[in-house]
Design a protein around this ligand. Structure first.
Ligand SMILES: Cc1ncc(C[n+]2csc(CCOP(=O)(O)OP(=O)(O)O)c2C)c(N)n1
Ligand SMILES: [Mg+2]
Length: 544
């Protein structure tokens, strides 16, 4: 008789064969068979404190490594807790897979334990979501999910595993293990189309190339730098919900109003670019849309009408490489406009050098980031994570780094502590800094315990203004100063929470004390929280 394998062993073995050894998870009845199988498959289970954190950690893994991150949660409520975090991964175009346990097949429709229509729930926030239907198909399901997460526009994929399938046995020689070979390809940009795009760029007075989240990682940014040099055309990544108001992009709003050609390179035409409509853009601005998804090229056509110069379904990364290769031998335009645009994007008001707090025992956000900057710049592999409302925008504006994680187009706050844990797993040596607001730190504060347990040191800098300031600023803007209410917090001792969970804590109330506190936090070798009392200041707005 041929040997047989348990369904759970097939799932764990498939993950291991595809190189997914780190599994971000929170335990539960439906998946304990996979926990058991992980022992023999050699999977490292990173057990976290909330299912959303497991998804955020898998998301960060996908963004930083380019390989799919894997989250594993239990059925029903565990799955429900995880689903919200998928929205962030989807909008960030991050390759990751959520695997969830699920009520047994024979329980369905009978009020089974934690029975829920899990795939239906995950469908709107994933590229694909399904429930395995037989133990024979488990290996294929894992392989398909991991492959789909990275193919075309990357994003999250979900599979639910009914617990009886995980316990079922399958003849070992009948298992079709996934081999990880790519089978879905986005088309390359044809040379003739690349030449037409370059001709449009060279004919434009003030062209701009806009990439989206999938090109926001280190390799994507390096490619865009090359593309900018080869085409003498400014290249930007629009990757957060603040869109054109992303403080990283300096006076981008002023630049956008002047461009006469926008080349969308794998960038979905959406609210972040105001659909390239007036008044954000010139009413006659022309648009080129290159995207792996037909639906997004079609959307760009619909939104721009006669302004669409060209649309093409093509892989964004390889399209950038083709454009670089075709542009390089000839000079397609002079560099004056690119230099002018760079000054707008990279310039910062001189006054920021001297901005200082007007309040005793509180710092101005600019003082915080002027002090942090040398620590961030010391190592080119530093990972910077920015999360939250107004405070973090000062960080995004003042800390130039090539390796960065932000909450992204979803605009969901709270993921930064889980992100920091993953960043430390991916980057063993260089510093990992998370800068976030005091409202934001509350979402996943318990992950300090995970970080201590797993020995994952990082430094989190909380800008503590005792307020959900971003929303308070909306109240001020929309309803008036006398109607700011309901958004206050306590000036709480998050540093003491970190210390109580086994990490390192620092409280800072004076600018002069910050640098030594950062140095001590780094030297502690522990997950650290530097709790900086700050003035409640709106995000910077950088205009001409
Ligand atoms: C998941 C989620 N919930 C709520 C919001 C709305 N929101 C955006 S910024 C913000 C305030 C953040 O406060 P804090 O972290 O203290 O940063 P601050 O603006 O005070 O610097 C809120 C509530 C959101 N974007 N995402
Ligand atoms: Mg705050």
């Amino acid at each position: 008789m041929s040997q047989s394998l348990r369904g759970a062993d097939i799932v764990a073995g498939s993950l291991a064969r595809l190189g997914c050894k780190k599994i971000f998870t929170l335990s539960g009845n439906h998946i304990m068979s996979i926990f058991d199988a992980a022992l023999d498959a050699g999977l490292d289970l990173v057990h976290v404190r909330h299912e959303a954190a497991a998804v955020h950690m898998a998301d960060a893994w996908g963004r930083l490594t380019g390989a799919p991150g894997v989250a594993l949660v239990t059925g029903g409520p565990g799955h429900a807790n995880a689903v919200g975090a998928l929205f962030t991964a989807l909008a960030a175009e991050s390759p990751m897979v959520l695997l969830s346990g699920h009520a047994a097949t024979w329980e369905l429709g009978r009020g089974g334990f934690q029975e829920m229509r899990q795939a239906d729930m995950a469908a709107p926030v994933t590229k694909a979501a399904w429930t395995s239907t037989s133990a024979d198909a488990l290996a294929r399901d894992v392989g398909e999910a991991l492959h789909m997460a990275t193919a075309g526009r990357p994003g999250p994929v979900h599979v639910s595993f009914p617990s009886d399938l995980l316990d079922a046995r399958v003849a070992a020689d009948a298992v079709a293990w996934p081999n990880g070979q790519d089978r879905i390809f986005a088309p390359a940009l044809p040379d003739t189309i690349a030449d037409a795009v370059l001709e449009d760029i060279s004919g434009a007075a003030r062209p701009l190339i806009v990439a989206g989240p999938m090109l926001s990682n280190v390799s994507g940014r390096a490619l865009l730098e090359q593309l900018e040099a080869a085409t003498s055309t400014p290249c930007v990544v629009v990757e957060i919900a603040r869109g054109m108001a992303d403080a990283t992009l300096g006076a981008f709003a002023d630049l956008a109003a002047r461009v006469d050609l926008v080349v969308l390179l794998g960038k979905a035409l959406d609210f972040t670019l105001q659909w390239t409509k007036s008044p954000a853009f010139d009413p006659d601005v022309r648009v080129i849309a290159i995207d792996p998804e037909a639906a997004l090229v079609e959307r760009a056509a619909r939104e721009t009408g006669a302004r669409l110069a060209l649309g093409c379904i093509a892989d964004a990364r390889s399209a950038a490489a083709t454009l670089i290769a075709r542009a390089t031998p000839r000079k397609i335009r002079d560099d004056a406009w690119r230099r002018e645009a760079r000054a707008l994007l990279d310039g910062r008001p001189a006054a920021w050098q001297t901005l200082a707090s007007q309040t005793a025992h509180k710092l101005h956000p600019a003082e915080v980031f002027r002090t942090l900057r040398p620590y961030v710049e010391r190592d080119p592999d530093t990972v910077l994570i920015c999360d939250g409302g107004e405070f973090a925008q000062w960080g995004q504006a003042m800390l130039p780094v090539r390796r960065r994680l932000v909450n992204g187009v979803a605009g969901a706050i709270g993921a930064s502590l889980p992100f920091a844990l993953t960043a430390r797993m991916v980057e063993a040596r260089a510093p990992v800094f998370a800068v976030l607001g005091d409202g934001t730190i509350g979402f996943h504060l318990a992950e300090f315990e995970t970080a201590v347990r797993r020995n994952l040191p990082f430094v989190c800098m909380v800008g503590n203004d005792a307020r959900w300031n971003a929303e308070s600023q909306i109240q001020l803007r929309e309803y008036g100063a006398n109607r700011q209410h309901g958004c206050d917090l306590l000036p709480a001792r998050y540093d003491q929470v970190a210390a109580a969970l086994g990490g390192h804590g620092e409280l800072v109330e004076r600018a002069a004390d910050l640098a030594p506190a950062i140095a001590r936090a780094l030297a502690s070798g522990k997950p650290a929280c530097v709790n900086v009392m700050i003035e409640s200041i709106a995000a910077p707005s950088i205009r001409l």
